[in-house]
Design a binder for this molecule. Structure first.
Ligand code: 1CP
Length: 348
């Protein structure tokens, strides 16, 4: 059972669009690559091993949260871990990123993918959730997460990162039934995986549909919407969910309709106008991560611009429009967190 300190935290209140004393802030990829503490650990331990170690994964996240003073923690993990129990050979290659050695290019190969039972194959992630939860201050919410079906399917088919998602779209257009089966398999796995994270101690769930912005609204409706609706529909409605995508300006209304208590806005949209257009729901965003490379005054000016546009309206969670980039100066991140707290407190 969730305690009162947690449910009354500024972050959870903002997820529910309730009034808060200041605007909560956390940052996507807040624990990772740009922090010296992380690099020190990573110089000794491969990434997958770090994700599999509750002690180290907890240390990385708790250190980041304490250093930054953010209003929520996210588990240290990765959206691609779910691919291994499907039978995919995942490797993180230094300087390249994630690579799958046996990508799926045909319906026959897709049929070979295995059903995922997260309690068996991903129990180490649940151990990370438990360990992080018990190490965090009792009033600080913990976010569990997964990739969304389209974004996960894109890695399964492309075999890694992609510029134009040609192979993914080729599969989707050429084999609609196999696409449906693949998306349904991912939804079944993801629902169990996210529920397991809540059972292990997560208060909020974020679903990353990082690459879905490559689709037209018509294709989103046909090839993605039904699965997102099914996914969100199967999650416990008491647990706030954040529905995040990148370059999704033309898809936001459908994303809202598909589900989620909070909609992520990337930095390409005007937060005030977009929030008005999509209607009543909490929103998260949307500073350009590259602003953090500018001088302190610019960081403050850009953050102020967003807070002024929002005018203290209930239901705003400050975040970047996408994850922190690996070479970001940590001091600017701390400056941003402090500024958002101070400035939004004065307004309210
Ligand atoms: O704060 C944190 O960094 C911890 C948690 C975290 C999260 C929320 C990591 C650790 N990854 C993610 C999510 C994630 N992973 C997303 C969605 C967010 C986004 O859009 O940025 C995506 C697309 C991935 C896939 C992935 N894993 C990539 C991106 C590849 C691409 O296609 O551009 C990369 C580089 C990884 C590895 C990874 N995951 C996390 C870290 C710290 C790293 C770097 C590993 C290292 O080299 O040390």
């Amino acid at each position: 059972m969730e305690n009162k300190l947690l449910s009354e935290s500024v972050f959870l209140k903002a997820c529910r669009c309730e009034n808060t004393d200041y605007t909560p802030i956390w940052l996507m990829r807040q624990a990772g690559r740009y922090m010296k503490e992380y690099q020190d650990i990573r110089s000794k331990v491969p990434f997958l091993e770090l994700c599999r170690s509750p002690e180290l994964a907890t240390e990385v996240m708790v250190t980041a949260v304490e250093r930054l003073g953010v209003d929520a923690a996210i588990i240290f993990s990765d959206i691609l871990l779910i691919l291994q129990p499907m039978g995919l050979e995942l490797e993180y290659i230094e300087g390249v990123g994630p690579v799958l050695h046996n990508p799926v290019r045909t319906p026959e190969q897709a049929q070979m993918l295995k059903e995922v039972e997260p309690k068996e194959s991903l129990s180490y992630v649940f151990d990370v959730v438990k360990s992080t939860r018990s190490a965090l201050p009792s009033g600080l919410p913990l976010i569990g997460f997964s990739g969304a079906p389209f974004t996960i399917a894109s890695y399964i088919i492309e075999g890694g990162s992609s510029k134009n998602y040609q192979l993914t779209k080729q599969f989707m257009y050429s084999h609609p039934t196999a696409w449906q089966n693949l998306m349904e398999l991912i939804v079944r796995a993801t629902v169990k995986y996210l529920k397991g994270q809540v059972e292990a101690g997560a208060q909020v769930l974020q679903v990353f549909d990082s690459w879905v912005g490559c689709l037209s609204p018509t294709d989103y409706r046909a090839f993605v919407f039904p699965y997102m609706k099914s996914l969100f529909g199967q999650l416990d409605s008491d647990i706030p969910t954040i529905h995040f995508g990148v370059s999704t300006a033309t898809l936001l209304k459908q994303q809202k309709e598909a589900g989620g208590s909070v909609i992520g806005l990337d930095f390409r949209v005007d937060i005030k106008k977009t929030w008005q257009e999509i209607g009543p729901i909490a929103v998260q965003g949307n500073l350009d991560p590259c602003v953090l490379y500018a001088d302190r005054n610019t960081v403050r000016d850009q953050a102020r611009r967003i807070l002024d546009q929002v005018e203290g309206k209930n239901g705003h969670i400050f975040n970047l429009g996408h994850g922190i980039l690996p070479t970001t100066p940590v001091d600017n991140v701390i400056e941003l967190v402090d500024f958002v707290h101070e400035y939004s407190q004065k307004r309210s």
